[in-house]
Design a protein around this ligand. Structure first.
Ligand SMILES: [Zn+2]
Length: 96
């Protein structure tokens, strides 16, 4: 699927910045069409990447997440993903 990307770099769908996969936040659409933040980065399904919660806000405004995941993303989904990303970001800061 992504075998042509050898260094595992991904682009943020909000700002377009390219970063290593491990440094981006992943949002995934699973086999049942549910959209969620994937903190582990290992949930199978179609993924979209963001570098921060601010970029999710950008992607929400321009509906880029829907385009990246090729499915409908509801307001509830966006709210939930936003909350989860905020939590993940504050947890990450505590580790430093
Ligand atoms: Zn970004």
């Amino acid at each position: 699927m992504d075998q042509q990307v050898k260094k595992r770099q991904r682009s943020c769908i909000g700002c377009g910045a390219t970063l290593e996969k491990g440094r981006l936040l992943r949002v995934v659409r699973d086999g049942e069409g549910r959209v969620a933040f994937d903190g582990s980065g290992r949930v199978p399904g179609r993924g979209a990447y963001l570098c921060s919660g601010a970029c999710l806000t950008q992607a929400r405004k321009s509906r880029k997440l829907e385009r990246a995941l090729r499915c409908k993303v509801t307001e509830e989904d966006y709210d939930r993903i936003q909350r989860d990303i905020e939590q993940a970001e504050s947890a990450g800061k505590n580790e430093e």
